[in-house]
Ligand binder design. Structure first.
Ligand SMILES: Cc1cc2nc3c(=O)[nH]c(=O)nc-3n(C[C@H](O)[C@H](O)[C@H](O)COP(=O)(O)O)c2cc1C
Length: 156
């Protein structure tokens, strides 16, 4: 049974919702043994040698991907490991600009953490409160589709 780590950085909860859906798909459909880790509570003590596969993701505020995601990618021994990466931001609600948004945020992560090997990079819409209104551009069907495509790309 492949052992898979899903590590996520969230402030508003959407990266956690996405990580939970991905975990469900990998467990129920592909029989992975999945550990879900909220990076707020695990700063640098995850034993990454215990895992075959890595999925990591985090949200964006003010054009910046959350620091806890960078910290995880930098402080653990992930050199050369394939990391399936997702980023959560409201810009991803604009499907016409999806390629641009994906390149922008995946590029930021890859520049900040050049030693990891990003696979299957994706951006998903999030949810935020603006001027007293909730702007919700989540699309969990896209998340499920992405999760179903991962096992063919992950190492184990
Ligand atoms: C203060 C603030 C700033 C934000 N800035 C951006 C931004 O620059 N670009 C963007 O696409 N989304 C932005 N968002 C939307 C977030 O990416 C969205 O809330 C997402 O769900 C964050 O992930 P999380 O819920 O896991 O924390 C912002 C949200 C907040 C609350």
């Amino acid at each position: 049974m492949p052992k898979t780590l899903i590590a996520y950085a969230t402030k508003g909860g959407v990266a956690e919702e996405i990580a939970t859906i991905v975990a469900e798909v990998l467990r129920d459909t592909f029989k992975h043994d999945v550990d879900l880790v909220d990076l707020r509570h695990h700063k640098r003590n995850i034993d990454v040698s215990a895992y075959d596969n890595f999925i990591a993701g985090g949200g964006v505020r003010m054009q910046r991907v959350y620091r806890n995601l960078y910290r995880f990618l930098r402080l653990h021994d992930l050199e050369g490991k394939a990391i399936a990466l997702f980023v959560v931001c409201n810009e991803a609600g604009n499907l016409q600009k999806l390629d641009e948004t994906r390149s922008k945020y995946v590029g930021k992560v890859q520049n900040a953490c050049p030693r990891i090997r990003v696979i299957c990079p994706e951006v998903f819409g999030g949810r935020m409160r603006m001027f007293g209104k909730v702007v919700d551009v989540r699309d969990m069907e896209r998340v499920r589709e992405w999760a179903n495509g991962l096992p063919g790309m992950l190492p184990a």
